[in-house]
Design a protein around this ligand. Structure first.
Ligand SMILES: [Zn+2]
Length: 93
C-alpha cells in the first residue's frame, strides 16, 4: 500500500487510508497526553476539521456507541459502519 517505511493509518470517519504523518490523532476522551496502553484513532484532515471545529450531529455519539478505542480496529470499523448505516469495511482476505 504505502512505500516501505511509511506507516499507514485509517481515518475512522470516512475509512480513507493515509500516511500516519498526514493523519490527525483523535482521542474520544480528549486526553491526548496519556499514551500508555492506548491506541489512538486517526482522522484525515478534512474529517478532523469537521469533527473538531464544526458541530456534527451524532458523530461523537456514533463513535462512542461503536466502542471507539475499546474494540479492535476491525470490529470498531464494522460497528461504526453498521451504526452509521454505511457499507461494511472492505475485507482484504
Ligand atoms: Zn476521513
Amino acid at each position: 500500500m504505502w512505500q516501505s517505511g511509511s506507516e499507514g493509518v485509517t481515518c475512522i470517519a470516512c475509512g480513507e487510508e493515509l500516511p500516519r504523518s498526514q493523519a490527525r490523532e483523535y482521542d474520544k476522551h480528549g486526553d491526548r497526553w496519556e499514551r500508555r496502553d492506548k491506541e489512538f484513532e486517526f482522522l484525515c484532515k478534512p474529517c478532523y476539521r469537521e469533527c473538531c471545529h464544526q458541530p456534527r450531529d451524532g458523530l461523537e455519539e456514533t463513535l462512542v456507541r461503536a466502542d471507539a478505542g475499546d474494540a479492535d480496529r476491525e470490529t470498531f470499523l464494522a460497528q461504526y459502519h453498521d451504526i452509521a448505516g454505511g457499507e461494511g469495511p472492505e475485507r482484504e482476505r
